[in-house]
Every structure is written in structure tokens, then in C-alpha cells.
Design a protein around this ligand. Sequence first.
Ligand SMILES: C[S@@+](CC[C@H](N)C(=O)[O-])C[C@H]1O[C@@H](n2cnc3c(N)ncnc32)[C@H](O)[C@@H]1O
Length: 245
Amino acid sequence: MLRRLRRHVLLGHPLARRVVRPLPAPVKQRLLTMAGMSGIHRYQDFRDPTAKAVLIAEFLRGSVASYPQSVLDVGCNAGEITRYLNKEGFLTVGIDLHEVLDRVPPGRKHSALIPFEVDSESVPRLPSFDSVLLLSVHHQWIATNGDTATRRLVRDLSNKADKTMVIEFSCLNSKYGKYHPELFVDNNPASVTEYASEWLTETLPDFIFDFLGLNVEHPVDEPHRVLLGGRRIDSSTHPSSDISQ
Ligand SMILES: C[S@@+](CC[C@H](N)C(=O)[O-])C[C@H]1O[C@@H](n2cnc3c(N)ncnc32)[C@H](O)[C@@H]1O
């Protein structure tokens, strides 16, 4: 209760956001510590998985003629988006590292969440789906494996997407392990969208990506993340998905 009050009234207040946003990260961290809020920010605290899932469902429905589309949610974490899309009639499978799946709250209903680490050796073992989601995973791969290996992996993964892909980009250079030179202007959605569009055009020339919207991330460090949806240019030449047809 107290945590929710602090989170929404203090951190979430527009004035607080405006004052805190330009401060360097160490100063922000110090302020949070002084306010007794240093331990408060956990992964799902500020996110709204439903708002993100609604944007994704709209894009998927608008892109593919109506039949139950199969969707692979790569890096699904506790499976919030996977579950929402499943309830909306999509045939969903969520995959993530084993220890993250352990975070699904006890008793919380979930279906088709599978421990599966995506890498260049494991991708060929995946079946094909109508759509592949890569939400807030891309920056982690760049930070860990570098840009070239990430492009290769995302290209391999796109072979499992018969019709569409949805990718979410972080708006902080530090999340990509970058400080100088920067990839884009931090927390500037237009600049991040430009970076993301160029990255996707070069990496996935068989898809055309559009900006789908901004998702709320964290009121102090990173107010939004950028969501892009891509349609395969000629899906008739790509094999049909294994699990929905
Ligand atoms: C920032 S979270 C995003 C969670 C969810 N997609 C969302 O948008 O709410 C990134 C997730 O990707 C998972 N992940 C990162 N690399 C992965 C890999 N190689 N294979 C499977 N999951 C991975 C992490 O375990 C983590 O749960």
C-alpha cells in the first residue's frame, strides 16, 4: 500500500518526473535512496502489460486475415503478454530462460510458457509461427552479444515468423551497453524510432516495419519504450506456420 502510494504519488507525479528525468543516474539513485525508495523499482512495477498487449493485438488483427493466429513471445518473462493474447483468441507460446519462468506467481494460471534459451543453435529447433514477438529483449542481446551477433540472431528468428514481427526497443543507450558514441538521443522517442527503423530495415529486409506506439516503462529513468510492428513483404513465398495450419 505504502509502496503503491510512493510509486504513483511521488515517482509517478508529472512534476516529479520533470524534475528528476534530466538528472544523472547516480544522482537519481541517491534521491531514491534518500526517499527510502531504492528497492522499489522491480521489473513489472511501472509497466502496463495490458496496454502493450492491446497495441500488439490490434496490429496482429489488422495485418492478417481473421483466423486464430499463432504467436511466439520470445523472452516472455512471467508471460503477461502471452496470457493476454491467449485470452484474446491467439494461439500463444511464451519462451524464456528457466529461472524467469519460476517467477510466475504461485497459483497464477498460465499456459504454454516453456523454458527455452534462444541462441543461434536453438533457433532452428523452433517451429514457425504467424508472428514472433521480441519485446524489450533486443537491447539485452546487443549489450550481451554485440550488434553483429544480435542482427544474425534476429534474422534467424525472423525465419520463424511467417507473417509479422513485433519488436520493442529500449530508449536508454546504457541498456544497450552504450555510452559513447550514442545510438540515439536518450528518452527521445523520435530518435529511438529512427535508430530502430534503420536497424530493422538493414537487418530484416523481408519486412516493412511501422511505429505502433509508446509503452510506459519507468517514470524516473525511462518513461517510454518504442514498439514497432513489421509485416513480411511477400508472405505467400514463405512457408505457412507449423502450429496454426
Ligand atoms: C526486459 S524482459 C521483457 C519481458 C517481456 N517480453 C515484456 O516485454 O514484458 C526481457 C526478458 O527476455 C528474456 N531473455 C533474454 N535473453 C533471452 C534468451 N536468449 N532466450 C530466452 N529469453 C531471453 C529475459 O530472461 C527476460 O525475461
